[in-house]
Design a protein around this ligand. Structure first.
Ligand code: C2E
Ligand code: CA
Ligand code: CA
Ligand code: CA
Length: 279
């Protein structure tokens, strides 16, 4: 009976049973993972193009799943979101990330201008308690709101959504910046930039991939960057993989970048080392 939907009759296939069992297992494992510290942040450096110094880091979640090894976010975040446990995961990561920042500050590995970026979903912005949870976490670690930047994927943002707006305004008032992630991949970008209280945009990798070889891509990227500048927003270009791309971006006037050309995401001790080396 479970294979019958009101829309259409779904033919039963053995792989469905397999997929469903996999998903149920993952869900059970995800729940357990939160209580047993199987999640951890990997940090990718945000680089200033002027002198190639590290000015911040993006925290990217990793799951050391018992019996499975390291699992990438794309493989478990959708399930974590569907099941409603993403909020708990975000709060867990926020705590870990702020703890790390506090440690790096104390060790003088970073200064007051260093910013740590955390990815959040539209679900968190919909949660009226989220802004308070962020405030509490910052206070708990005795850190100013200015150390934190939250990234939200553009296609999940709805400019007319009052709950999003409520949370975004509360965060802004607090001093936490919000960036629109994967900018340039959605199709409502312009209205978002103008209507939402955000501090910056992260230009998606797909807009950068061919800039060193395709003049059309360069014009497109320039148009996007002019748009961001016209809105007086900050901008980070992500997915920079080659020295050619990096040179081009610098010539075009971009100031902040991220990508494998500079640094891959690494765990806390790996990033501490990176900071120690001064990149
Ligand atoms: P994103 O926020 O757009 O993050 C960038 C992704 O591109 C990361 O993949 C990063 O490892 C990868 N990347 C960075 N530089 C380069 C590069 O030069 N070349 C290439 N090919 N890739 C690069 P990752 O860590 O697998 O994360 C995938 C996505 O999962 C993220 O995309 C983000 O949307 C989501 N995600 C990751 N961590 C979190 C988290 O803690 N919370 C939430 N809600 N989402 C997360
Ligand atoms: Ca991101
Ligand atoms: Ca992105
Ligand atoms: Ca992405």
């Amino acid at each position: 009976a479970k294979c019958l939907s009101t829309e259409k009759v779904v033919e039963f296939e053995p792989f469905m049973l397999f997929e469903r069992r996999e998903k149920a297992e993952m869900l059970a494992d995800l729940r357990q993972a939160l209580g047993t510290d199987q999640f951890f942040p990997a940090y990718q450096a945000v680089i200033s193009l002027a002198d190639e110094s590290i000015v911040g880091a993006e925290a990217l979640v990793r799951w050391q799943r018992t019996g499975h090894g390291l699992v990438r976010p794309d493989q478990f975040l959708p399930t974590a979101e569907e099941s409603g446990m993403i909020g708990e995961l975000t709060e867990y990561l926020l705590d870990r990330v702020l703890y790390d920042v506090k440690t790096w500050r104390a060790a003088k590995l970073i200064d007051d201008t260093f910013k740590v970026h955390l990815n959040v979903t539209s679900r968190e912005l919909h949660d009226l308690r989220f802004a308070d949870a962020v405030r509490t976490a910052l206070r708990h670690h005795d850190l100013p709101a200015t150390v934190l930047v939250l990234e939200i994927t553009e296609n999940r943002l709805m400019s007319g959504d009052n709950l999003h707006r409520y949370t975004l305004l509360a965060l802004r008032k607090m001093g936490v910046e919000v960036f629109i992630d994967d900018f340039g991949t959605g199709y409502s970008s312009i209205s978002y930039l103008r209507q939402l209280p955000v501090a910056g945009a992260k230009i998606d990798k797909s807009l950068v991939d061919d800039i060193a070889v395709d003049p059309t891509q360069e014009s497109f990227l320039r148009a996007i960057s002019d748009l961001i500048a016209a809105c007086e927003l900050k901008c980070i270009v992500e997915g920079v993989e080659t020295i050619e791309q990096s040179a081009k971006l610098k010539a075009m006037g971009f100031t902040m970048v991220q990508g494998f050309h500079y640094a891959r995401p690494v765990d806390t001790s790996g990033f501490s080392e990176l900071l120690l080396q001064g990149r």
